[in-house]
Design a protein around this ligand. Structure first.
Ligand code: SF4
Length: 296
């Protein structure tokens, strides 16, 4: 397989074939993100022949070694490819990987909105099963500060569009992204946004200062400070308490989280709040995942 730069994928795509169809991120502007800053990852689409050769290699593996059942299209916002090109890739996956049951992709709110209902429906019918979307915050001030390039309304609109198309939606939000200064506003607005989006999957990440990013430089200059672990847990508590979901698999078990949680909401809400309240009352550092075990 041809891979350029570091390859990132959602935790739930660990078993998937990682098919790199674009390199980097078309936005590449979020101040906290260090994923695609290497010049080798300058945003571009992979050449058709490279993707086709990767699919031929995967087809041989699927036929001779073990069936490939899931495919994840990389990199950062591969949904930004034209719908015609994505349909071509999905058609090749169907033809060459007959056991593949689901194709996933990263997509941001602007890209989803730009596609529109008809194009998303066509993508779903061609096999696109799930879009992973970093909404990050429901607070427009936080989104503006981190140069997310989209608003909370954009994220809610994108969620509605995916639901109409029948594409599953997995939403990531970032604890601590508003810093100490906007921690309460960030958590409350993010709970409101998650309620409006009502996605079937939510994952929380704890904001980490990545060296070389503008957010790390702001922190070095004293203009941004992350909440401490208890502040992060307060935000998590707000999300669990105030988000109203129809039926959501809610994960706070990414390696960056201080306390791993995996919940079915709303069923597990009260139990989770009891756990979080007990942790927040004790404030015992030994109940937290050690810093050395936490990862990006
Ligand atoms: S859209 Fe995603 S990949 Fe691109 S810069 Fe922002 S966080 Fe990073």
């Amino acid at each position: 397989m041809d891979y350029v730069g570091h390859i990132f994928r959602p935790p739930s795509e660990a078993e998937s074939l990682l098919l790199q169809v674009t390199i980097g991120c078309s936005h590449n502007g979020c101040t906290y993100c260090g994923m695609y800053r290497d010049p080798v990852q300058r945003f571009r689409a992979k050449p058709r022949e490279t993707v086709a050769a990767d699919l031929d290699e995967a087809a041989a593996y699927s036929r001779d070694v073990e069936p490939i059942r899931r495919v994840f299209l990389c990199d950062g916002d591969a949904l930004v490819l034209s719908t015609d090109r994505l349909l071509e890739i999905l058609g090749q996956i169907r033809a060459k990987l007959p056991h593949a049951r689901r194709v996933g992709i990263y997509g941001d709110a602007r890209t989803i909105l730009r596609k529109g209902d008809d194009e998303l429906l066509a993508l779903r019918e061609a096999g696109l099963g799930i879009v992973y979307h970093g909404a990050e915050s429901g607070d427009d001030e936080v989104l503006r500060r981190v140069d997310k390039g989209s608003t909370a309304d954009d994220a809610a609109g994108a969620a509605a569009m995916l639901r109409r198309a029948g594409i599953r939606h997995s939403v990531m939000v970032m604890l601590g992204l508003g810093g100490v200064e906007r921690s309460r506003e960030h958590a409350a607005a993010t709970a409101r946004l998650l309620t409006a989006m009502d996605p079937p999957f939510v994952g929380t990440l704890v904001t980490t200062l990545v060296p070389g990013t503008p957010l790390a430089a702001e922190a070095d200059a004293g203009r941004f400070a992350l909440p401490d672990p208890w502040g992060m847990l307060e935000e998590l508590r707000t999300l669990v308490a105030d988000s109203a979901f129809t039926r959501c698999r809610f994960h706070a078990n990414h390696a960056s989280n201080y306390v791993p949680l995996s919940l079915n909401l709303p069923a597990d809400r009260d139990g989770a709040l009891r756990t979080l309240d007990a942790l927040l009352a004790q404030r015992n550092p030994r109940t937290l995942r050690p810093e050395s075990w936490r990862g990006l």
